[in-house]
Design a protein around this ligand. Structure first.
Ligand code: GTP
Ligand code: MG
Length: 251
């Protein structure tokens, strides 16, 4: 069986992190977890250390300050790729992504996809407890990104996704400079245009019940600006170069 690690970035997620890890292990007992904590003031990092001390499947990477989702994932990916994991998975700490759906993602990677994306906007995908305006923003954002980036993917901002380690290793993700949601868009777009095999599976996304959202205007503006610039540059034949992908990963 493939060796899987779930990378979970945390900033003030003390209320939910333990139960997310429990649910991961109830679903797939052999899966490892890496918590990447940005020195959360609420003590998430200390709790993570306690969980790691009690369970060899749990690991923690401490970072000194809040530096955004993209930087946390970059550090987490690098940590995972230095070890012998076959699959590297992304999941939020706030319970929005259901650990019980992990086997669907692993199934895509087992089937040969380089990347699998949990998607809200395909048949079978659902969102629980989001007001209408949030659904509209998410749908509009994905629609805009699909058109601008000429993507065939249905949920470019989704943070529930996974990679075959060798595919992730082959792209220079340190050059993915986006911080917030845009990190997810940029990674998906880069994988797709590099010729990697990207699969989608439907997910049930449940709005966080505890803790505080880290979503900010700056994060939305970053995504809107970059997607627009990439799209316009592509339209005049000046798209930024795709991240280098090894020949044996490209198909
Ligand atoms: N280490 C780290 N984790 C972060 C940072 N920003 C967000 N996160 C984590 O990334 C995940 C997603 O962040 P959320 O605040 O849930 O963002 P969101 O899902 O877009 O917003 P909600 O819909 O309100 O939940 C959570 O596990 C956060 O704790 C950061 O700067 N550093
Ligand atoms: Mg969330």
């Amino acid at each position: 069986m493939a060796k899987t690690i779930v990378v979970i970035p945390t900033y003030n997620e003390i209320a939910s992190i333990a139960s997310v890890i429990d649910r991961i292990h109830l679903t797939t007992a052999g899966t490892h977890v890496l918590i990447v904590d940005d020195n959360s003031p609420d003590g998430t990092g200390r709790l993570a250390d306690e969980l790691a001390a009690a369970d060899e499947r749990v690991h923690v990477l401490h970072r000194s300050e809040k530096n955004g989702l993209g930087a946390a994932y970059g550090a987490g990916f690098a940590w995972a790729l230095e070890r012998d994991y076959d699959y590297v998975v992304e999941m939020d700490a706030d319970g929005s992504h259901q650990p019980e759906e992990l086997p669907r993602l692993i199934g895509l990677l087992d089937g040969g996809d380089d990347m699998g994306i949990g998607t809200r906007w395909i048949p079978g995908g659902t969102i629980v407890n989001w007001p209408l305006h949030r659904k509209l923003i998410s749908r509009a954002g994905t629609f805009y990104s699909r058109v601008m980036l000429r993507s065939r993917l249905h949920d470019l901002t989704s943070g529930y996704r996974g990679f075959r380690a060798e595919a992730l290793r082959s792209v220079d993700f340190t050059r993915v400079a986006s911080q917030g949601y845009c990190f997810q868009i940029e990674m998906a777009w880069q994988f797709e245009r590099s010729g990697a095999r990207v699969g989608e599976f439907p997910i049930t996304f449940i709005e966080r019940a505890e803790g505080v959202s880290k979503m900010s205007t700056g994060i939305v503006v970053e995504a809107l600006t970059k997607v627009t610039l990439w799209g316009l540059a592509s339209a005049v034949g000046r798209a930024p170069a795709p991240l280098p992908l090894r020949a044996d990963v490209a198909r």
